[in-house]
Design a protein. Sequence first.
Length: 469
Amino acid sequence: MNKTIETKTAPPAIPLKPGQSPSGKPANPLAEALKLSLDYDELTNCMRCGFCLPACPTFSETGIEAASPRGRIALMKAVADGLMEPDKAFKDQLDLCLGCRACEPVCPSDVKYGHLLEQARETIEEHAHHPPHIKFIRTVMFKHVFPKQSRMKLLGMGLSVYQKSGLQWLARKSGVMKLFPESMSQMEKILPEASSKGVVENLGTLVPAKGTKVARVGMFRGCIMDVLFTETNINSVKLLSQAGFEVVIPTAQNCCGALHAHSGEKSAATDLAKRNIAAFREADVDYIVSNAGGCGALLMEYDHLLQNDPEWAEAGQWFAERVVDISDILLRKGRLPDFRDERSSTSVTITYQDSCHLRNVMRSGSAPRQLMKRIGNVQLVELANSDKCCGSAGIYNLTQPNMANDLLDHKMEDVKKTEAGYLLTSNPGCLLQMKLGIEREKMGQSMQAVHIVDFLYDRIVTDDVNENK
C-alpha cells in the first residue's frame, strides 16, 4: 500500500525592516560590520580538517576547539552567517590568539588566517568602547609615539635616564614596582640599555661595502629596535657591509605598523606603510633588510595591506618583493666572513628559538640555522618545539600575561634540556621573552639570550672588524 508523503512548505519570509535581525531584534552594528569586512571566500576556504590544531599554541594549552584557528574561523563564519552575535566570548577568543600564524604553513587549503584575524580585529576596534584611560594610552602610543622617530628617541632618552640615574635602583629597592601589574614589573627587570641615539646617529645614512659591492640594500631600523636594540642595528649594518653590501638607512622611514595592524589600527598601519615605501623607493635599493621577524613579516605584506588602493598597490608590491630577513640575504647573496668563537678553547653550545613571523610568514626558518652551523667552535643543539610561540607576540605578554607565562614556562622546560650557554633568536620581542624566561628560571649564570646578529658579528674572524668593535 503506497503512502502519501506529506511535505510541508515553509511559510513565506517576512521582509526584515532596516536594521532588524532575523530574530526581530535590532541588528548588532558590530555583527553587520563584520559581515562586510570579513573575506567570506577565505572563511569558506577552511576545510575543517584539523591540521592546524597541533600547530596552535593556545589550543595545545587549553584543548578548547574555540581556541584553535579552525574554531576561530568557525566563530567568524557564524557571525558572518548571522548565526551568532559577536559577544564578549567571541572577542575574548580572538584576543587570546597570539597571531603567530603557525597554522598557515600546515594548512592544505592555504587559508590566510592572519588576514582574517586582522580584518576581525580592525572591525572590533572600530566599534570598541574603551575606558578613558585605555583610549588615552592607545591614542598616545599608536598615533603620537610609535609613528614619530623623534618621539621614540625621547622615549629612549627617558628610559636611559631612568636606568642610569639611580631611579631604576630606587624604584626596585623601594618596592614601587609592586604597584604595577606583575607582567610589567617582570619586563622592567630585563629591559636592555636604552638609547636616544640610533643607528643613523652612530653610523650615518650610508655605509659602503667592504670590497666589491654585492648589492645596495636599505636597512629597516624599526622604532623599538632603534631605541632598545641600538647595538643590534649597528651590528646589522656592519655585518652587511662586511659581507659586501652597500647599506643605506633612509631617515624618512618610520615604524613598520605591525603593532597597529595586530591591534586593529589598520588605517594607521596603512599610513605608515606608505611613508616607508616612499622612503625606500627614493633610496633606490635592491633589497630592504629587516633584522626583526615581526617587522619583516608585515613589511613583506605591504602588497596585501595596499591591494585595494589604486594609487599605492603597485608600490606596495614593489616594496614587498624586496623585503628580506638579514640571515636570508647574508646566506644567499653575501660574501660571508669566517665566524669562530675564539674566546673558548672548548666547543660552545648554542640553541635557537624561532621567530614565529620569520618562520611562518617570511618562511626563513632555515637561514639562521645554516649561518649558525658555519660558526667554528660552536655546536648548535636544536631546541625541541622551537616552532612553538614563546608567548611574546608583540605586546601579548602584557595583554595576556597568564597564557604568555604558561607558554614561556613550557618553552623553558625545553630550553633547559639543551644545556646550551647561549639562546639565540631573530626578533626583539622573542629576545625579551627569552631573557624573561632565563630571569624567571634563575639561569642567568649559565645562559645568555642573544640576537643572532650580535652573536655572529662578535665572532667575525677579521682583524680590521675586531679592531673597530
